[in-house]
Write a protein that binds this ligand. Structure first.
Ligand SMILES: [Ca+2]
Ligand SMILES: [Ca+2]
Length: 222
C-alpha cells in the first residue's frame, strides 16, 4: 500500500511539472465592455433567407490568455475621407454609445474603413458596432485582414455575408444579422496581420454606412 501511494505522488509531481508547457494554450474569456442598450425605434421590418435570429446573449468568447484590446486609439482610414457625420478617429476611441454624437456616417454604396494596428498581431477577435439605436441590418459586411495596407496581397477574409457577390469581393456564406449593443464578434482565428478592413453597403433604413466602434483583440506578434 505504501508503495502505491509513493507511485501516485510521483505521478502527481510529473503532471505538475509538465503544466507550464501547456500554459501558452491557456484560454480566457475576452473582457468585452458592452455599451448601454437602446430601446428606441420601431422593430425591424425585414426578412431574408440569410438573416440570423438570435435572442440569446452572446456566450463568452475564449481566446489565448494575454489577448487584449489592441485597436484603441489606432489610426483609421476609409474609402470615404470626409464622413458626413463624425470623424474617422471615433471608430477606435472606445465610445460605443448608440447616440448620434457617437456615430460616424459614411457615403452611400460599398465603403470600407481600415484600422492600422501599427504592427503585426495575432488577431483573435474583431468586434464591430455599426449602429444600435434601433434594429437594422447592414449589407455586404465583409471583414478582412492583411499586412498590405492596400489589401492587394495576402488578404484573408474572416467574415463575408455578401451572398450575391454584389461587392465583387467574392460570394460570402456568413449570415446577415441584426445590429445590437453586443456588436458583432468575428473570430480572428489567430491570423497574423497589421491591418483590418471592414466593408459594408448600406442598411435596411438607408443607403449609407455607419460605424460606432471597431475593436480588434489580439497579441503582438513581433
Ligand atoms: Ca467610437
Ligand atoms: Ca450583396
Amino acid at each position: 500500500m505504501k508503495r502505491i501511494m509513493i507511485t501516485l505522488i510521483g505521478t502527481a509531481v510529473v503532471l505538475c511539472a509538465a503544466a507550464p508547457a501547456f500554459a501558452e494554450e491557456e484560454l480566457a474569456p475576452l473582457k468585452i465592455e458592452l455599451p448601454e442598450k437602446s430601446f428606441m425605434g420601431t422593430p425591424l421590418d425585414y426578412w431574408s433567407e440569410q438573416l440570423e435570429f438570435s435572442f440569446k446573449p452572446r456566450e463568452p468568447f475564449m481566446a489565448p490568455a494575454g489577448t487584449e484590446l489592441v485597436s484603441k486609439g489606432k489610426p483609421v482610414t476609409s474609402s470615404d475621407k470626409t464622413p458626413s457625420m463624425g470623424k474617422l478617429s471615433m471608430i477606435t476611441d472606445g465610445d460605443k454609445g448608440f447616440q448620434e454624437k457617437s456615430i460616424v456616417e459614411l457615403d452611400r454604396g460599398l465603403q470600407w474603413v481600415q484600422i492600422d494596428l501599427e504592427k503585426k498581431h495575432e488577431i483573435y477577435a474583431i468586434l464591430v458596432w455599426h449602429y444600435h439605436m434601433s434594429e437594422r441590418v447592414y449589407f455586404d459586411v465583409i471583414v478582412q485582414v492583411s499586412n498590405d495596407p492596400d489589401f492587394t496581397e495576402g488578404v484573408k477574409t474572416l467574415f463575408n455575408n455578401d451572398h450575391d457577390n454584389s461587392s465583387g469581393l467574392g460570394v460570402g456564406k456568413d449570415p446577415e444579422y441584426i445590429e445590437s449593443n453586443e456588436g458583432r464578434l468575428i473570430d480572428g482565428k489567430g491570423k497574423v496581420a497589421r491591418y483590418v478592413r471592414l466593408f459594408s453597403n448600406g442598411n435596411t433604413e438607408n443607403e449609407r454606412n455607419h460605424y460606432i466602434e471597431v475593436e480588434v483583440w489580439g497579441i503582438p506578434a513581433e
